[in-house]
Design a protein around this ligand. Structure first.
Ligand code: PHE
Ligand code: CO
Length: 275
């Protein structure tokens, strides 16, 4: 392993069964997403030729991605230290796992695999504005680290990059990678009466904890990627971090008077205790 935690993908080592697993996951999401995901996600899949069968080869993918937005995809063994992760993003390198889930893990797995990392995240990296947001986030992460605010900032990543919704002419659409790589959450996040769907507000989001073990109890809706990028780069987060240090977190299921409410969730799913 190199000092930056990257490893070779060793694409030629994937078995036929592993490529078939990718194809199966891909077909299932490709069938349901066009009506649900932000259109730029589908254009990204196309532009990067991710619609071809088999697990993508990172070198080939990076070549196309570099032409579009200057991003690359690099393999890592699993979770990497925060600073390493931020450094990669700040330099337009997206770190991805190289293993793929087993058939038993088709619907649920704890650790992000290549399907989540590559299918979920990479298509939007071909979109210039989203690509800039990801780089800015990496730079913001390095700064947050120095300010003891990584936990706050990670909530922004969670509620945008991983579980974000976006407003579209016809209604709400998915864009978060954690949603679009999950068959069940792609339905739940848009259609279930259980979760709240609230307007995105930078500080509000950074005050809201999140769930890593089940569907989200609140999703946040951005107006556009341009608006998300503008708000985050034009705001100096240092004073926000300082204010938040003296403020309690917002309960995970709360709807505030100040929230723009798209859906006031029943929270029936969270209360049922099932997942
Ligand atoms: N503007 C932020 C700061 O002052 C940096 C940032 C940009 C963070 C974009 C997240 C996303 O720290
Ligand atoms: Co992810």
């Amino acid at each position: 392993m190199a000092g930056d935690w990257t490893i070779p993908q060793q694409w030629e080592r994937y078995s036929a069964a592993e490529h078939a697993m990718w194809d199966k996951l891909f077909a299932r999401q490709a069938a349901m997403l066009p009506e649900r995901v932000v259109p730029e996600f589908m254009s990204g899949l196309d532009m990067l030729r991710m619609t071809r069968p088999g697990i993508p080869d990172f070198d080939e993918l990076s070549e196309r991605l570099t032409k579009a937005t200057g991003w690359q995809v690099v393999a890592v063994p699993g979770l990497v230290p925060d600073r390493t992760f931020f450094e990669h993003l700040a330099n337009r390198r997206f770190v991805a796992g190289r293993f793929i889930r087993t058939p038993e893990q088709m619907d649920y797995l704890q650790e992000p695999d290549i399907f989540h990392d590559v299918f979920g995240h990479v298509p939007l990296l071909a979109h210039p504005v989203f690509a800039d947001y990801m780089q800015a986030y990496g730079e913001g992460g390095l700064r947050a680290d120095g300010l003891g605010a990584i936990e706050r900032l990670s909530r922004l990543y969670w509620y945008t990059v991983e579980f974000g919704l976006i407003r579209n002419e016809g209604g709400l659409r998915l864009y978060g990678a954690g949603i679009v790589s999950s068959h069940a959450e792609s339905v739940f996040a848009l259609d279930a009466p259980s979760p709240n769907r609230l307007g995105f507000d930078l500080k509000r989001v950074m005050r809201t904890p999140y769930r890593i073990d089940d569907y989200q109890q609140s999703y946040f809706v951005v107006e556009s990627f341009e608006d998300l990028l503008r708000q985050t780069i034009e705001t100096d987060f240092a004073p926000l971090y300082a204010e938040m240090a003296a403020e309690a977190d917002i309960p995970i299921e709360a709807v505030l008077d100040t929230d723009l409410v798209f859906t006031r969730g029943t929270q029936a799913h969270a209360r049922s205790g099932e997942s």
